[in-house]
Design a binder for this molecule. Structure first.
Ligand code: AVI
Length: 341
């Protein structure tokens, strides 16, 4: 089978990063590598687990407040989703946008073709909507959106699902600043963030009794075995979720159950593990509503509204770009949703 130059490059990056990150102390792997075709399906399954409330809480907040969100944006508005997933959340906004007649275009930015295809399918029923998919990184997708935007259109960027939580500070603030830099006055950013909640709830969300999250975590080893010829014995690594209260993050690890050596020829390395040594595969930061507002302000946004589901402990925050330069603009009212379940 022939490999395209772009795919070749991606494989080289994967190999380089695997070699580099497994040489760190503690050993690490980047969570972006979870999302091959199988990993994306496992993540969709996680979103449906009763113990993982992020997706449901966000969908409920979106359904309840879609109209207030879109009321901020004139016609025509282009909605840009970073990390589009299944497209279900976008469909909620598209429905409200269709009723208002304001949303004319949707741009999907994701490195996963599976996600772009699923979102495109979910939006097919909105015939007035032009849907454009960019299979690329967030940074280059944002550049494309900025280059091709219509002069008369407003832009609403969606960064949902608490994807921001997978960025370690200061990358979270830098990323929001990079979004801010591509926007113009009266554009907006809708940010979904999971909130700090009791530790047992957090651990159940990241170590579910069905083992779906464990499979999602171990799948990164399956990917290394398949794409880089790695020799990981899946049975010799246990999934572990830890709440690090000081850093306000859930960490996922793969813990070696014995002393072992693993060859990864495609990454030109052999990695030694001691029993109980872990590979840190993901951080998922949790927030408090005021910290989300402060983060957005530091990135140059103005708070337009914030909705909190007090039961599921999830927040949707609508940030705007003010004509005078966001960070100094006066704050506006904060709206809280009543308990939803
Ligand atoms: C995509 N991201 C926001 C998820 C999270 O909650 O951090 C990924 C995930 N990891 C384990 N379960 C879900």
């Amino acid at each position: 089978m022939r490999t395209s130059p772009a795919r070749h490059e991606a494989l080289d990056d994967f190999a380089d990063e695997v070699r580099r990150d497994l040489a760190l102390s503690p050993k690490q792997l980047q969570s972006k590598y979870f999302y091959d075709a199988l990993g994306s399906c496992l993540f969709e399954a996680i979103c449906r687990l009763p113990w993982y409330g992020i997706t449901r809480a966000e969908q409920e907040l979106l359904s309840r407040h879609a109209d207030s969100i879109l009321a901020r944006f004139p016609a025509p508005t282009a909605v840009v989703e970073l990390g589009c997933g299944s497209g279900e959340k976008l469909a909620i906004l598209a429905e409200a946008g269709a009723k208002r007649g304001t949303v004319k275009q949707v741009q999907l930015i994701d490195i996963s073709p599976t996600a772009i295809e699923a979102s495109t399918r979910a939006l097919r029923r909105f015939r007035q909507l032009s849907v454009v998919g960019h299979r690329t990184t967030y940074a280059s997708g944002l550049r494309l959106v900025a280059e091709h935007r219509r002069d008369d259109a407003a832009t609403l960027v969606l960064f949902l699902g608490s994807n921001i939580g997978n960025l370690d500070p200061p990358a979270d603030e830098e990323f929001l600043s990079s979004i801010r830099a591509t926007l113009r006055p009266r554009d907006g950013l809708l940010l979904g963030t999971d909130l700090v909640k009791p530790e047992p709830d957090l651990l159940a969300a990241y170590d579910d009794p069905l083992g779906v999250t464990a499979a999602f975590n171990r799948n990164v080893l399956v990917r290394i075995n398949r794409e880089l010829g790695g020799g990981f014995d899946l049975g010799a690594f246990e999934h572990r979720a830890i709440w690090n209260g000081e850093a306000r993050r859930v960490e996922m690890h793969l813990v070696s159950t014995r002393d072992q050596k693993v060859r990864i020829p495609g990454a030109r390395c052999t990695v030694s593990f001691r029993k109980d040594e872990s590979i840190w595969t993901e951080s998922s930061y949790k927030y408090e509503p005021h910290r989300v507002l402060a983060l957005g302000a530091r990135a140059g946004f103005t708070r337009w509204a914030q909705w909190v589901d007090p039961e599921a402990r999830f927040a949707l925050t609508l940030f705007g770009v003010e004509p005078t330069g966001g960070a100094m603009a006066p704050e506006r009212e904060t709206a809280s949703a009543p308990p939803s379940r």
